[in-house]
Design a protein around this ligand. Structure first.
Ligand code: NAD
Ligand code: ZN
Length: 251
């Protein structure tokens, strides 16, 4: 493990344009459950029902009740893994973070260039009258168990700008993510099972473009063969160690 951490640090220390790609696993240590991991939420809920756009239109309440389970998600704090990535950006190594998460923890940890492939909870739109809201306007009531409702027209169809099942990914963001995967010289995956499109695709694009490949995940993934450095473990423990090693190498 120490050897792998050192190898990862060597790649990053030499990199002129590193890209980090994150999934739900990076936020697990912030208390947010993953979808597919061992305590994954899909064991309890049917995603097609509660987290799809058609499900939301049928029954927004079911969507919000599911989200209540993730309440921590909406009020969680960044963990050492998020901070480590922000530090690598300040050091001039990481040029972009591509994330599948909607929890905004990268930004709150200080990352500046964050490409949110699945949108975020930050803004909501009323599907009936098109009024737009900041999440902060509903956060307090939501903590008390009240679901968002349009202040202007009274509709319950107030949808967060998180990408639900059945919705397209934000095309501009996806395009930028693909560009980053093509131009980077190091690509580091943190906490993703790499099964959902385009997660399953981006590492291959980076690999094909000649990037050095690193993965830090709690369990092996199907894509493991394309990685030069594979570290099985918790992101919050591993990433700060990698940053420490990078600092030593750069001294
Ligand atoms: P996933 O749930 O499919 O996989 C998460 C991976 O992280 C698993 O392979 C697991 O072994 C690993 N993991 C768990 N804890 C870890 C830790 N402490 N350190 C390192 N790795 C850890 O997640 P995914 O691949 O991101 O894809 C699922 C979809 O679910 C994504 O679209 C994502 O948007 C969404 N999601 C987002 C959040 C969030 O915003 N925080 C939470 C749950 C799901
Ligand atoms: Zn409205």
């Amino acid at each position: 493990m120490e050897e792998e951490i050192r190898k990862a640090a060597e790649i990053l220390a030499k990199s002129k344009h590193a890209v980090v790609f994150t999934g739900a696993g990076i936020s697990a240590e912030s208390g947010i459950p993953t979808f597919r991991g061992k305590d994954g939420l899909w064991k309890k809920y049917d995603p097609e029902e509660v987290a799809s756009i058609s499900g939301f239109k049928r029954n927004p309440r079911a969507f919000w009740e599911f989200s209540m389970e993730l309440k921590d998600k909406l009020f969680a704090e960044p963990n050492p893994a998020h901070y480590a990535i922000a530090e690598l950006e300040r050091m001039g190594i990481v040029k972009a973070v591509i994330t599948q998460n909607i929890d905004m923890l990268h930004q709150r940890a200080g990352s500046r260039r964050v490409l949110e492939l699945h949108g975020s909870m930050d803004k909501l739109d009323c599907l009936d009258c098109h009024e737009t809201y900041d999440w902060s306007e509903f956060a307090e009531d939501f903590k008390k168990g009240e679901i968002p409702r349009c202040r202007k027209c009274g509709s319950y169809y107030v949808k967060p700008r998180a990408v639900l099942f059945g919705e397209p990914l934000p095309q501009r963001t996806l395009f930028e993510a693909i560009e980053e995967a093509k131009r980077c010289d190091a690509f580091m995956v943190v906490g993703s099972s790499l099964v959902v499109y385009p997660a399953a695709e981006l590492p291959y694009i980076a690999k094909k473009s000649g990037a050095k490949m690193i993965i830090v995940n709690a369990e092996p993934t199907m894509a493991d063969p394309i990685f030069d450095v594979k570290i099985i473990g918790n992101a919050g423990e591993i990433l700060p160690k990698i940053v420490e090693e990078v600092k030593k190498l750069r001294r």
